[in-house]
Design a protein around this ligand. Structure first.
Ligand code: ACM
Ligand code: ZN
Length: 767
């Protein structure tokens, strides 16, 4: 027997504890761990859990079921008993949600002061066991844990994930699986974004059209979300999905057993086209357009919002909220409040009358009135409201909790300065819709990158925060908007593994975070996810490149967010192997090459192969005069991809006069100047209205040598593509100036009518 113990110890000890510092490889990393004990605890078919009451029995059940599948037996559960192998003990001296786990060779005791604490102790035990515990089939593994003591408590009381089930309707079964993964990570709030312009996803008995009409929309699956045109009246609405009230009860109960509060969000007054498609009389009477559920951003239909002057709107929303509050026991109800386009309110006779009657001076305060009125109702039912940070533009509803989301989320802090609690979910770090890795390898989505490391490194507070600000910060939330999702796998891909990083940022203090240890734990966590058939992104193994002019040539910088990866590369076009050159400093390039690189660990290729074709032309690696640093990307010999945010494209804040001047270092003959232009209809990125090329020998006197002008029908193309525009130039010069004017406002037929179009260029090619 002793031999067996030693053997199993050797088998599992290395899996469970990191080599350097005896810390267990679990996520989130516990606050205090002591591995002073001897031996290990082994689960068998004889193991008995002794719990104090039915509530503890209920929260233990999902843990026992893991054994039923993976071990082929179910440990016994004794309620109201102190005799067992795993013993639960209430200990009022422990703080909320915290626990103490003491593992001895013959016994395990779990102490906590509340159900959450007991549940989290079990999640720790879950991750201390071999990953195959998540296997749906029986596996032959010893279910053992080394003797140790863990004392653990969370940094934040709000550890949240928002899922937008309106843009993409996530089926119930998939949502339940995500909830189980959240539970494993000790996340405790699921914010369900149930309604938006693109779908109403919850059955409301009093208003059946909300789902009959509002949960259906026209299909535009093959077109990226922002480029989708609105529905025509009568067009079949074939994309559909909503949760019945029974579904909601099941979701809430499943989450509750896993100690997760489900916070429903019913959006108002904007993001409400789905509701208004069902009940158009609730929109301002000034709206004279057909109201349909939007398949995309909506263009000039995004200004269709609930009328703030019509009392029927408030009656309707109160009835909706009555059913919502019956279904969701959550103390907090999220009422949206973001991105209100007030143009109809300004014209609507009812809204204007309301402003006059209530002595409201502007439409921002009309929104304040709207939210305050609903807040009063919610409070009268014993609940409290949450809302997005635009609510800080008017008087904040009493007691409301504000979600800081725009940019770095600092409007949340404005709310705190007015005495309100807040949650940080800054778009620039915690919006999980954004790219999680080098964009050349990622499926299409919006904006810039929020990598696993960005989420891991996120620290919501800074030294300028007062202790009062810090007290009002309830916690942090990852927000997954689903514009680009069209299957449950797409949702999982964006969530995992970043949800693990979010959990660590929400649970651990900064001093208890260790990126390298986290990655070791993540490898084990990801094994668990794979066994649960969760799609896990591998983006953390891919290489981000940057090629920039330097020292009269080009320099290639390669980076992987995982420090345990070796980067190896070739310059001869061959696929890199474990014996290729190891990247340890920027690579200097003086001629056309193809750089190929990948990441390796233990002789195994881990990432995708990055291929960077570099092609020199007469301006490559020459000098940019007076430009911004990133404009040097135009002369790096590398073309951009179809994603204009991939790091190869240069865009300008103002598009009315872009002026780029190159010094070719000597007077040379030039036959053409070529501009790589992005067209991305959905994002209003279009080629310029006018391009001029000017030459000079002294950078003082310039002569215009070529010009091209374009008309609307050529500019506002409805696709995503790259067009090379060539201006022929038969002359010689040392200095080349390119003057570009953007196309101005997008036409009314555009998905972004009236918006200023943007110019993006990836490369200037001078021949
Ligand atoms: C939001 O992203 N509009 C809250
Ligand atoms: Zn109105």
């Amino acid at each position: 027997m002793r031999y067996l113990y030693t053997f199993l110890c050797a088998l599992f000890f290395p899996i469970l504890l990191a080599e350097a510092n005896d810390k267990p490889r679990i996520i989130p990393q516990p606050s205090y761990v002591s591995v002073a004990g001897e031996g290990f605890f082994m689960f068998t078919d004889k193991t008995v859990f002794a719990v104090e009451n039915e509530a503890q029995a209920n929260l233990t059940q999902p843990f026992l079921e893991l054994f039923t599948h993976a071990a082929g037996y179910t440990p016994k559960l004794k309620v109201d008993s102190k005799r067992g192998d795993v013993v639960f003990r209430s200990d009022a001296s422990l703080s909320k949600e915290s626990y103490r786990l003491e593992v001895f060779s013959k016994r395990m005791t779990i102490s906590a002061s509340d159900n959450r604490g007991f549940f989290y102790a079990l999640q720790t035990v879950r991750q201390l066991l071999a990953p195959s515990l998540e296997s749906p089939q029986k596996v032959e593994v010893g279910w053992t844990i080394p003797a140790m003591t863990i004392t653990d408590n969370p940094r934040f009381s709000y550890r949240g994930l928002m899922i937008d089930v309106a843009r993409y309707f996530l089926p119930k079964e998939n949502l339940l699986r995500v909830i189980d993964c959240m539970a494993m990570l000790k996340l405790n709030k699921l914010h369900l974004h149930l309604t938006d312009d693109n779908g109403w996803r919850i059955e409301i008995k009093k208003y059946p059209l909300l789902t009959e009409v509002g949960s259906r929309r026209v299909e535009r699956k093959d077109i990226p979300f922002p480029a989708r045109k609105n529905a025509r009246q009568g067009e079949p609405t074939v994309e559909k999905g909503f949760y019945t009230q029974d579904d909601i009860r099941e979701i809430v109960a499943y989450a509750s057993q896993r100690q997760i509060d489900v916070i429903p969000e019913i959006e108002m007054p904007a993001h409400s086209n789905a509701a208004l498609a069902a009940y158009p009389l609730l929109a301002c009477p000034s709206v004279d357009k057909f109201i349909g559920v939007l398949p995309g951003l909506g263009g000039n239909h995004a200004d269709i919002v609930y009328c703030a002057g019509n009392d029927e709107v408030f009656t309707f929303l109160q009835h909706v909220l009555d059913e919502v509050m019956d279904l969701f026991p959550s103390h907090y109800i999220h009422l949206g409040g973001d991105e209100v386009n007030t143009s109809n309110w300004e014209q609507c006779p009812l809204c204007r009358c309301r402003m006059k009657q209530e002595n409201i001076q502007n439409v921002a305060d009309l929104q304040g009135y709207f939210m305050n009125r609903i807040n009063t109702y919610v409070k009268s039912k014993g609940r409290e409201m949450m809302g997005w940070d635009e609510l800080t533009r008017s008087k904040l509803p009493e007691g409301s909790v504000i979600f800081g989301w725009r940019g770095k989320g600092l409007a949340g802090l404005d709310a705190a300065r007015q005495g309100h609690s807040f949650v940080m979910t800054p778009a620039q770090v915690l919006y999980l819709i954004r790219y999680q890795g080098p964009q050349w390898f990622e499926p299409l989505t919006y904006f810039g990158n929020n990598t696993l490391k960005d989420v891991y490194d996120y620290e919501p507070t800074d030294k300028n925060w007062s202790s009062k600000d810090k007290k009002l910060l309830l916690g942090i939330q990852g927000s997954l908007w689903t514009e680009f999702c069209s299957s449950p796998k797409d949702v999982e891909y964006l969530l995992f593994p970043r949800l693990a990083a979010l959990a660590e940022s929400a649970w651990c203090t900064t001093t208890n975070k260790d990126w390298k240890l986290f990655l070791e734990a993540l490898d084990s966590f990801n094994e668990r996810m794979v066994l649960k058939d969760i799609q896990v992104a591998q983006s953390m193994y891919n290489i981000q490149h940057q090629v920039m002019p330097a020292n009269e040539g080009l320099e290639v910088a390669l980076e992987c967010i995982r420090p345990d990866m070796e980067i190896r590369y070739t310059l001869d076009g061959s696929t890199p192997t474990v014996s290729s050159d190891r990247y340890d400093r920027k690579i200097s390039i003086k001629k056309d090459v193809q750089v190929k690189a990948s990441t390796f660990k233990n002789e195994k290729m881990m990432g995708k192969v990055l291929t960077i074709p570099i092609q020199f032309n007469k301006v490559t690696a020459k000098r940019l005069l007076r430009g911004k640093d990133n404009e040097r990307l135009l002369m790096n010999g590398v073309r951009g991809s179809l994603k204009y945010t991939d790091g190869e494209w240069v865009g300008w804040e103002r598009n009315d006069s872009i002026n780029i001047t190159f010094d070719l270092r000597q007077r040379i003959s030039i036959s053409s100047v070529q501009l790589g232009c992005m067209n991305n209809f959905g994002m209003a990125v279009h080629k310029p209205r006018t391009i001029e090329v000017w030459l000079s020998d002294d950078d003082r006197d310039y002569w215009k040598i070529s010009q091209k002008d374009f008309e609307d029908e050529d500019i506002f193309k409805e696709d995503t593509s790259i067009e090379d525009i060539v201006l022929s130039v038969q002359d010689s010069a040392r200095y080349v100036r390119i003057v570009v004017k953007g196309a101005g406002s997008c036409p009314l037929t555009h998905v972004r009518p009236g918006q200023e179009s943007k110019v993006y260029l990836d490369e200037i090619i001078i021949k």
